[in-house]
Design a protein around this ligand. Structure first.
Ligand code: C2E
Ligand code: MG
Ligand code: MG
Ligand code: MG
Length: 273
């Protein structure tokens, strides 16, 4: 009896495995048509400044409206898009879409200073054509370079430090801003941070979340803020969900926030300027 149960369980396991593999294969195949079928959409999440009490820009965050699986968040398909190389084309679409939408908002709402932050993937960042693609998105949309923020992560930079610096400088020489995303989760050291041509760092939400919690570790939040300040960098806190997050961050000298407290990411038509 025991043996038969074991065998059954194995059979069920095998069935589930193959189901999961089938889904993955299906996802991978449908990725090839997703761009042509216009299944991607950008959501926008406001970035707020406590100095002016105003939204100074939006981070664009991709979603995939999958015909069978529904709305998929980037964690479900970005790595797949990287594996298949599709990320290069998807990334170009994101740049174009985010720049065009933001220019439209600037004109419609008479807010010429509105900014947009665009996330890059590791593969895009090492693409030697990247700066040209970014410049083209600006030219095509009419968005000024000062309105565009490129978000990259520490791990991306560490893959090829010298080349990364070169790419960042090409972007910044045009007036584009570069922000270091998810800061604190990599192995950040002061000496390398000092050499990076960046405008701001974003404190990862895993640290912000701990503010006001019982077993909190605010030492890291404090260290990041003072480190950024001493290097003359702007600091943006992500994952701000509570009033007490804001009061704490403000007390420590961090005045720029992004998180559910203000708004979840929403599609463009739901953004109120
Ligand atoms: P990220 O760049 O660090 O973006 C912030 C993530 O935190 C977003 O998740 C956002 O929805 C979420 N978030 C913001 N505020 C809060 C909050 O208060 N609480 C909680 N729990 N979460 C919050 P999302 O949209 O699922 O994106 C995940 C990641 O996918 C992004 O992390 C980014 O690394 C990547 N990603 C998003 N869009 C793109 C894209 O267009 N291209 C590439 N290459 N990567 C993208
Ligand atoms: Mg980001
Ligand atoms: Mg982030
Ligand atoms: Mg993050």
């Amino acid at each position: 009896k025991a043996k038969r149960d074991g065998k059954n369980r194995y059979a069920i396991y095998e069935e589930r495995m193959s189901e999961q593999m089938r889904e993955e294969l299906h996802l991978k195949q449908s990725l090839h048509h997703a761009l042509d079928n216009r299944e991607f959409v950008l959501h926008y999440q406001p970035q707020v400044s406590a100095r002016t009490s105003q939204v100074f820009g939006y981070e664009s965050l991709i979603r995939w409206n999958h015909p069978d699986f529904g709305v998929l968040s980037p964690n479900h398909f970005i790595s797949l898009a990287e594996e298949t190389g599709m990320i290069i084309e998807i990334g170009e679409w994101v740049l174009q879409e985010a720049c065009h939408q933001t220019r439209k908002w600037q004109v419609e709402a008479s807010q010429p200073d509105l900014k947009v932050a665009v996330n890059l993937s590791a593969q895009q960042f090492v693409d030697s054509m990247l700066p040209e693609k970014v410049f083209r998105a600006l030219e095509d949309s009419g968005l000024s370079p000062e309105s565009l923020i490129i978000e990259i992560t520490e791990t991306m930079v560490l893959q090829d430090f010298d080349r990364s610096i070169e790419t960042m400088e090409r972007l910044r020489n045009r007036g584009i801003k570069v922000h270091l995303d998810d800061f604190g989760v990599g192995f950040s050291s002061l000496s390398y941070l000092n050499r990076l041509p960046i405008d701001a760092i974003k404190i990862d939400r895993s640290f912000v979340r701990q503010i006001g919690e019982e077993k909190h570790d605010v030492a890291i939040v404090n260290a990041i803020i003072s480190m950024a300040k001493s290097l003359g960098l702007q600091v943006i806190a992500e994952g701000v969900e509570k009033k007490e997050h804001i009061s704490y961050l403000k007390r420590k000298g961090c005045y720029e926030y992004q998180g559910y407290y203000f708004s979840k990411p929403v599609p463009a038509h739901l953004v109120t300027l």
